[in-house]
Design a protein around this ligand. Structure first.
Ligand SMILES: Cc1cc2nc3c(=O)[nH]c(=O)nc-3n(C[C@H](O)[C@H](O)[C@H](O)COP(=O)(O)OP(=O)(O)OC[C@H]3O[C@@H](n4cnc5c(N)ncnc54)[C@H](O)[C@@H]3O)c2cc1C
Length: 452
């Protein structure tokens, strides 16, 4: 820990300057115009949108376009932003947060919105000299091995591609972040190798058909997909990655590897606090943790998946924003509840857009659970639509190619609408408002409305 012993006092302290943290800050300010709000981030930037990082990597957005809050957001809301402050300890009994620089922050209410950290698989990294170490150690020292979860990661990858004139890149992990990386690298006309342990891409959301359609498009660009495989060993020479060996034994030459096997709630620095964690911070529906005046929101928490009725980590932007808003309201004296959410993904590879919602990987009908699966293909146009229905309610959807109606499906899931009378029409490309149950249509016109 550094020597710089600054002591700051604040009313509302927020760890995290992203989707959840800033949504909370904004909602606190709505209810409490006067008390002090401080936001800590270990990064050096004001704010930026993580979902836009791949567009920066692809060269289609400059760093200045990545902000999701106006430049004057902090001054307008009287928020004291402290960048490059890495929190290393939370003393929940003393209401104190300590940072790596040695600063202490005393708070009345604390929000933990520090997101997740990339998972590091156990892979042996071997130097030409015979020396070996773990992938985790290599991340900090070996040229050409990266994760893609922060803007700094994207800046480093871009620099590496330019400096070493990289023509082929490898991505370990065919999940959301892996595919987002693929999207960016294909835009840069690189050829890619995607290595995925499961038998399909985006395994949490795709079925085999969706994965095959995507794989075909990627392969047609001269790239390769290795499903059902992982990397056993990585080879390093002169401090740079040169090649790796797949579990099949195949050796692949590569000077760029992006490790994207998932993100886990980053709760390491909370282990000596009273905050209960179990693969993520546990909160109640007001987003309050087990420690009285401490709240948590976003990727760092475990929360209710309304479709699978389970508690899990759901690392997506809209959920982080919603949870942050609920936490901020409750921290500042209002009353709000988070009632759970469901996963959504959206990726576009080589001009082929895909959206998946909820429990979309379910592929088998099951009469005991009243589970139906409707599918529609147009392989010529590379259009695939699938809707999963349980007890007459939509619980999952995959839309490839024609994604325009995603908002309607999303609304039907959110509002738990009975779609029994729609039948097979629900999966048709021209499915729209006219086929919706009359009372729901009316609700759309005169009621809250949903984005369509
Ligand atoms: C490449 C990529 C693409 C994505 N694309 C999509 C998408 O298309 N759609 C979608 O819904 N979601 C997407 N996501 C996921 C989405 O970005 C996250 O769900 C969302 O950012 C979570 O917000 P958060 O506020 O919980 O945490 P984060 O956005 O992870 O922010 C965490 C904040 O906490 C700070 N922090 C962390 N630890 C500390 C510490 N110890 N001390 C001080 N500060 C700390 C960080 O600096 C940061 O400010 C994507 C993610 C990535 C990485």
């Amino acid at each position: 820990m550094g020597k710089n012993k600054n002591i700051f006092k604040t009313d509302y302290l927020i760890i995290g300057n992203s989707a959840a943290g800033l949504s909370a800050a904004e909602n606190i300010r709505k209810n409490d115009k006067n008390r002090a709000i401080s936001v800590l981030t270990r990064e050096k930037y004001s704010n930026y949108s993580k979902p836009l990082i791949p567009y920066y990597l692809a060269g289609s957005l400059d760093p200045g376009s990545l902000y999701f809050k106006k430049r004057n957001f902090y001054t307008e809301n009287s928020i004291d932003l402290k960048t490059s402050e890495n929190v290393v300890f939370v003393s929940s009994s003393d209401n104190i947060v300590l940072t790596e620089s040695g600063s202490q922050y005393l708070y009345n209410k604390l929000l933990i919105a520090s997101g997740g950290r990339p998972i590091m698989p156990q892979i042996k990294v071997i130097e030409k000299t015979g020396k070996s170490y773990s992938l985790g150690e290599a991340m900090n020292s070996v040229n050409g091995i990266f994760t893609l979860t922060t803007l700094d990661d994207a800046i480093r990858i871009r620099k590496h591609i330019n400096e070493y004139s990289v023509k082929t890149a490898s991505i370990l992990g065919g999940g959301l972040i892996g595919l987002k990386a693929a999207e960016a690298l294909l835009e840069l006309h690189l050829s890619i190798n995607v290595i995925e342990l499961s038998d399909k891409l985006l395994s949490a959301s795709f079925d085999k058909t969706a994965s095959d359609i995507f794989s075909e498009v990627i392969k047609a660009s001269g790239s390769s997909i290795y499903c059902g495989q992982t990397i056993d060993e990585i080879y390093v020479e002169n401090n740079s990655i040169t090649a790796y060996k797949l579990s099949s034994g195949k050796k692949i030459t590569s000077n760029l590897l992006i490790v994207a096997v998932g993100v886990l709630p980053d709760v390491e620095y909370l282990k000596n606090s009273e905050i209960k964690t179990d693969g993520g911070i546990i909160t109640d529906c007001s987003m309050k943790t087990s420690a009285g005046n401490i709240y948590a929101a976003g990727d760092v928490v475990k929360s209710q998946d309304v479709l699978s009725a389970s508690e899990r980590n759901m690392a997506i932007w809209p959920i982080a924003v919603k949870q942050g808003a609920v936490a901020g309201a409750n921290m500042s004296g209002a009353s709000a509840a988070y009632s759970g959410g469901f996963l959504m993904n959206s990726v576009e590879i080589l001009g082929m857009p895909v959206i998946s919602l909820g429990l979309s990987s379910i592929d088998n009908e099951d009469s005991t659970q009243d589970l139906k699966v409707y599918k529609a293909y147009d392989m010529g146009r590379k259009i695939y639509r699938k809707i999963v229905i349980r007890q007459n309610r939509i619980i999952g959807a995959i839309l490839i190619g024609a994604i325009e109606r995603a908002g309607i499906y999303c609304g039907l899931i959110n509002n738990n609408v009975d779609v029994a009378e729609i039948g097979q029409n629900i999966v048709k490309e021209d499915f729209g408002l006219i086929q919706l149950p009359a009372d729901y249509r009316k609700h759309l016109v005169v009621g809250e409305g949903i984005e369509v």
